[in-house]
Design a protein around this ligand. Structure first.
Ligand SMILES: *Cc1c(COP(=O)(O)O)cnc(C)c1O
Length: 219
């Protein structure tokens, strides 16, 4: 049962870690069951799907966008999104800022980093992030707020490799915090950990875990 699975995962999380129920591919009725069990943070990776679900579900849900986001689709989620985890280019950030202005909002974003060894995963390198954060153009974006970083570990059974990648993400967080965000208390999130590895992620400093199949069943 969804409520029992949610409770079992929450039992394993310290108070300061937020559980994001990753509901991609599951029907709105499953999200509603999680909602009735008290879950308020949901994560989706497709613009059309998150928009459709947002329209029919409770308005106090906090929606997290966790997938690759195309600039031309930001406008559909800008009115309601709570946090965009997957910012991996200046161009995207600029478009998020533009849509935030249109909606009279400040939009919270995480910078996504590439920490896995697989080629296919999206994300910035540390050098790319530094270039972005050092640029004059970045300072002009007044309607976005960078509240932390996100990453995905390699898809592997090797737990020590996963742990090393999470440690690396934590180090990136600490470097950015001290270099660019030392006076910003809002820069505080590390989004890491999924069904298979969230316990390791929590040990390595995660503040947001993104758990799907362990709650809703296999896709
Ligand atoms: C699907 C997905 C998750 C959740 O994965 P599970 O293995 O089902 O827990 C987490 N993060 C991202 C970015 C995803 O796409």
């Amino acid at each position: 049962m969804i409520s029992e699975k949610l409770a079992a995962i929450k039992d394993k999380l310290p108070e300061n870690v937020t559980l994001i129920a990753v509901s991609k591919t599951y029907p709105a009725s499953d999200l509603q069951l999680a909602y009735l069990a008290g879950q308020r943070h949901f994560g989706e990776n497709k613009v059309q799907e998150i928009t459709e679900k947002q329209a029919v579900l409770a308005k106090d849900i906090q929606w997290h966008f966790i997938g690759h986001l195309q600039s031309n689709k930001v406008k559909y989620i800008a009115p309601f999104i709570s946090l965009i985890h997957s910012v991996d280019s200046f161009k995207l950030l600029q478009e998020i800022n533009k849509q935030a202005i249109k909606n009279d909002r400040i939009l919270d974003c995480l910078l996504q980093f590439h920490i896995a060894s697989e080629e296919t995963k999206f994300g910035l390198s540390l050098d790319e992030a530094k270039e972005l954060l050092d640029s004059e153009a970045f300072l002009l974006l007044q309607n976005i707020r960078i509240t932390g970083i996100m990453g995905m570990a390699s898809f592997t059974e090797d737990q020590e490799k996963v742990r090393a990648e999470f440690k690396q993400l934590h180090q990136i967080f600490q470097f950015l915090k001290s270099t660019y965000f030392s006076d910003k208390s809002s820069f505080k999130e590390i989004s890491m950990g999924m069904s298979g590895d969230f316990e390791i992620a929590v040990e390595e400093g995660s503040t947001l875990v993104r758990v799907g199949s362990s709650i809703f069943g296999s896709r």
